[in-house]
Design a protein around this ligand. Structure first.
Ligand SMILES: O=C(O)c1ccccc1NCC(=O)[C@H](O)[C@H](O)COP(=O)(O)O
Length: 260
């Protein structure tokens, strides 16, 4: 069984428990558009992640204050804050997301393994503007249902792919924000070349923005994926471990080739 299978199995258990609770979706919190932030920007944008732990690295930062970290990200010009809300494998929570969303005025992404409408409702109620849907985790019909449900609640969706086949599915369901995860979720191996492979398949009529996720450690990494076609990068571990979070984030906002 792969780690993704294990995570999805755990999610099904959590969803069944959640379905036994009475919670109403609240839609009065403001939402901010990540898509608009990423359109026609002169420099590479950064989606900065709050990530306490991960299956591949174990504990990264156990005693982090998510709101303080998020404020540093916002001050440094992050386009969006990604909050890992999975408790079991990543030591995050929806409470983290809610606390962050209450304190910033940029989009907040619920980074989790979303398989059911109630998780989308909980994201909206907590103040997320964006949710993640992973193509590898869902049959296409279900992916489209959840995508449409999220947009009906005014949420945007980051659709995550790993290969060209999944990229085709993401485009077929009408995804406006597509991310390629450079990390293989079965082996944890990171290869930034995945960004180039998928970005090369993008054509001029494609309306979506394109994010390179995982494994960005250096300015050279940011320049590489930017030159390969990424509009934004999603960075977790490097920012969580950085001594100077704000200057590290700013250093990743590299000028995009051919845009002045
Ligand atoms: O990070 C992991 O170990 C991981 C394992 C299995 C599924 C997902 C995983 N990570 C989620 C992410 O997508 C990353 O947190 C995100 O892209 C940031 O990655 P990084 O900058 O390498 O921390």
């Amino acid at each position: 069984m792969t780690i993704l299978d294990k995570i999805l199995q755990q999610k099904e258990i959590e969803i069944q428990k959640r379905l036994h609770t009475e919670k109403k979706v609240e839609t009065d919190k403001p939402v901010y558009s990540l898509y608009n932030q990423l359109l026609q920007t002169p420099h590479l944008q950064v989606i900065a992640e709050i990530k306490r732990a991960s299956p591949s690295k174990g504990m990264i930062q156990s005693n982090i204050n998510p709101v303080e970290q998020a404020k540093k990200y916002e001050r440094a010009g992050a386009a969006c804050i990604s909050v890992l809300t999975d408790e079991h494998f990543f030591k995050g929570s929806l409470a983290d997301l809610e606390a962050v969303a209450n304190e910033v005025t940029i989009p907040v992404l619920r980074k989790d393994f979303i398989l059911h409408e109630v998780q989308i409702e909980d994201a909206r109620t907590a103040g997320a503007s964006v949710i993640l849907l992973i193509v590898a985790a869902l049959p296409e019909k279900r992916l489209k249902e959840l995508y449409d449900y999220a947009t009906s609640l005014q949420l945007e969706v980051l659709v995550e792919v790993h290969d060209l086949e999944e990229y085709t599915i993401a485009k077929r369901i009408g995804a406006k924000i597509i991310g390629v995860n450079n990390r293989n979720l079965k082996t944890f191996e990171v290869d930034l070349a995945h960004t180039k492979t998928i970005a090369s398949a993008r054509n001029e009529i494609d309306q979506h923005v394109f994010i390179s996720e995982s494994g960005i450690q250096t300015i050279a990494d940011a320049e590489l994926v930017s030159n390969d076609g990424a509009d934004a990068i999603l960075v977790g571990e490097t920012l969580m471990r950085a001594e100077d979070v704000e200057s590290t984030l700013r250093s990743f906002q590299v000028q995009k080739e051919g845009v002045y």
